[in-house]
Design a protein around this ligand. Structure first.
Ligand SMILES: CCCCCCCC(=O)SCCNC(=O)CCNC(=O)[C@H](O)C(C)(C)COP(=O)(O)OP(=O)(O)OC[C@H]1O[C@@H](n2cnc3c(N)ncnc32)[C@H](O)[C@@H]1OP(=O)(O)O
Length: 227
């Protein structure tokens, strides 16, 4: 991962009780993430009356109160994350704890990152189809994953996105990301979005340039990060 030089591994501790507590916390975060995504989608699709919407808004404010007890700031990593192990519970694309993430599930197949997700109406841009920025978000993630998995992690400095056809909502999607060139610190990657039903028909494709962050820059950008 791009932060490798500045943070020790926080993987398995060999401490059974700690691992069990961590697993339990991640499971709880998964559960809350799923509930939040359901809330977001239901709030987006509902046509109930204004009184019901206000009542739900009050209820939501009330039930989220306990979560305000121990907030973390931007320099503090989530205790449930494992940066070097690639576990980012709140990643806005793949994090199962995120209300914003579809979430994308991705794996590496023959050197290519292959992902899947379904976008609900909360991601709507043009009626019935995904917002273009969401497609770019998904592809940036797929390309970033591919560069990291290839052993050449870096940050996006450029993302060229070509929208060939609208991306349908409520439809299983097929995503890919692959590294196409490594040139010193610069890595080029390419990815697509298609439907799972017709993975060869490209709806959106992107080519990205990623640059490895030199240690002095990494220190300036991420040096204040703490557990
Ligand atoms: C597992 C899931 C992972 C998901 C990952 C998602 C990825 C992301 O979203 S990252 C977040 C978005 N990106 C950013 O915020 C990055 C912002 N940019 C930066 O901070 C800096 O550009 C940084 C730190 C990356 C590089 O800075 P620096 O080390 O000064 O680079 P710099 O020396 O200017 O350029 C290095 C090389 O890249 C090239 N380059 C820089 N910017 C660009 C660009 N926009 N387009 C093309 N080439 C560029 C330069 O020309 C140079 O090439 P060469 O070595 O041939 O001369």
């Amino acid at each position: 991962m791009i932060w490798r030089s500045y943070h020790p591994t926080h993987g398995s501790t060999g401490n059974g009780a700690h691992d069990e507590a961590l697993h339990d916390r991640r499971t709880a975060i998964d559960e809350l993430g799923a509930a939040l995504r359901e809330l977001v989608e239901r709030a987006t699709v509902t046509e109930v009356d204004a009184e019901t919407i206000r009542r739900v808004a009050d209820d939501v404010r009330r039930v989220t109160g306990p979560l305000a007890d121990r907030p973390r700031g931007r320099t503090q990593l989530p205790t449930a994350d494992d940066l070097l192990g690639g576990i980012r519970m709140y990643n806005p694309v793949s994090g199962t704890g995120s209300a914003l993430a579809p979430p994308v599930r991705a794996e590496i197949v023959d050197g290519v990152v292959v992902g899947a997700c379904t976008l609900g109406l909360a991601y709507e841009g043009p009626p019935m189809y995904a917002h273009g920025g969401i497609s770019a978000l998904l592809l940036d993630h797929m390309l970033g994953y591919a560069t990291t998995a290839s052993g050449h992690p870096g940050m996006t400095v450029r993302l060229d996105t070509v929208y060939r056809a609208p991306v349908p909502l409520q439809t299983p999607l097929h995503l890919t990301g692959r590294v196409t060139d490594v040139n010193g610190r610069k890595v080029t990657a390419h990815g697509i979005i298609a439907t799972a039903a017709d993975p060869d028909a490209i709806l959106v494709e992107a080519t990205g340039t990623f640059v490895a962050v030199p240690p002095e820059k990494a220190k300036a950008l991420f040096g204040t990060m703490r557990r």
